[in-house]
Design a protein around this ligand. Structure first.
Ligand code: SAM
Length: 281
C-alpha cells in the first residue's frame, strides 16, 4: 500500500517527550505529504530536523484555524495530501484541529489517523485506577470560581476522571480537587511522562498534595491527573450540600437554605452548616 493517498488529510500523533515514540508509519507519512500543518512551526521543524525530514510547514493554530481551513480543503481537493500535527501528542486532544477535520469531512474528503502518543491515555495506562470507563475533562478553567463550579458538577461522576494541568496551576488545582472531591479520593498525578523526570504519584488526593508541597521538583513540568470516580456518593453529596447551603444562606433564612440545599444535593440536613453543626432540623 502506498504511504499516502491523494486528497487525504493525515492526523499524525507525535511524541509527548521521547522522540523514540514516533512510529514508523508516522515518519513515512510526514516525509511523504505535500505539506505539514503545525500548531507551532518552529517546534515542529525541530522535530523534523531530528528525524531528517524536510517538508513545507503551514501554521495552523487556534487563532487562524477558522480562516485557513477552507484553503486547506481546496488544496486537498486539488489532489495534495496534507498532515496535521500539534506540538505534542494527538492533535485535537486539547489541541487545534477540530475545525479543520470537520471541514475536510464535510467536503467529502478523507481524514485518516496515524495514532500514537496521547498524555491522557499514557497516564491512564499507568495509574492503576479503573480504566474501563473514563471521562476526559482536559484543562480545568483558569479562573478559580469557574474551576470550582466545574469540579462541583463533577464530584458525583462515577467514571474515572482525567484532567490536564500545567505547572502554573497544579497546586491551586489540587487544593480545589480536595475541596470538591474530598481528601481521601484515590488519584494519580503523572508528571513528565516519557521524559527524564517522569514521576507517577498516588494514592489519594491528600497524599499527592503533601508530596507536591514537600518537593519543588514535583511542581515542574507537565501533568495529567487521573482521579477515581465517585463510589460512595455520601461524602460528595455532603460537600455539594455544604456548598449550596453556603450560597443559599447568603440570601435565605438558615432553615430554608438548609432545606433547599438538602433537597437539591440529597445530603442529610444535619451537617450542612459545614462544621457538622445543626442545620435547622
Ligand atoms: N494533544 C496532547 C495529547 O495528546 O496529550 C495534549 C496537548 S495539551 C496542550 C498539553 C497538556 O498535556 C499538558 O499541559 C499536560 O497536561 C499534558 N501533557 C503533555 N505531555 C505530557 C507529558 N509528557 N507528561 C504529562 N502530561 C503531559
Amino acid at each position: 500500500m502506498a504511504t499516502t493517498r491523494a486528497g487525504t488529510l493525515y492526523v499524525v500523533a507525535t511524541p509527548i517527550g521521547n522522540l523514540g515514540d514516533l512510529g514508523a508509519r508516522a515518519r513515512e507519512v510526514l516525509a511523504a505529504v505535500d505539506a505539514i500543518c503545525a500548531e507551532d512551526t518552529r517546534h515542529t521543524r525541530q522535530m523534523l530536523v531530528a528525524l531528517g525530514i524536510e517538508r513545507p510547514l503551514l501554521a495552523l493554530h487556534e487563532h487562524n484555524e477558522g480562516e485557513i481551513a477552507w484553503k486547506l480543503v481546496e488544496r486537498l481537493r486539488g489532489g495534495e495530501c496534507l498532515a496535521l500535527v500539534s506540538d505534542a501528542g494527538t492533535p485535537l486532544v486539547s489541541d487545534p484541529g477540530y475545525r479543520l477535520v470537520r471541514e475536510v469531512r464535510a467536503a467529502g474528503l478523507a481524514v485518516s489517523p496515524i495514532p500514537g502518543a496521547c498524555a491522557a491515555i499514557a497516564a491512564l495506562s499507568v495509574a492503576g485506577i479503573p480504566s474501563d470507563r473514563f471521562c476526559f475533562e482536559g484543562f480545568l478553567p483558569a479562573k478559580a470560581s469557574a474551576r470550582r463550579e466545574r469540579l462541583a458538577a463533577l464530584a458525583r461522576e462515577t467514571r474515572t476522571l482525567v484532567f490536564y494541568e500545567s505547572s502554573h496551576r497544579i497546586e491551586e488545582c489540587l487544593a480545589d480537587l480536595v475541596a470538591a472531591f474530598g481528601a481521601d479520593r484515590e488519584a494519580v498525578l503523572a508528571r513528565e511522562l516519557t521524559k527524564l523526570f517522569e514521576t507517577v504519584l498516588g494514592d489519594t488526593l491528600e497524599s499527592i498534595v503533601a508530596k507536591v508541597a514537600a518537593d519543588d521538583n514535583q511542581r515542574k513540568g507537565e501533568f495529567v491527573l487521573v482521579i477515581r470516580g465517585c463510589e460512595d456518593d455520601t461524602a460528595a453529596r455532603l460537600l455539594e450540600g455544604q456548598r449550596l447551603y453556603a450560597k443559599l444562606a447568603e440570601h435565605l433564612k438558615p432553615s430554608v437554605a438548609a432545606k433547599l440545599a438538602a433537597d437539591i444535593s440529597g445530603a442529610p440536613r444535619k451537617g450542612l452548616y459545614g462544621g457538622g453543626g445543626e442545620a435547622g432540623g
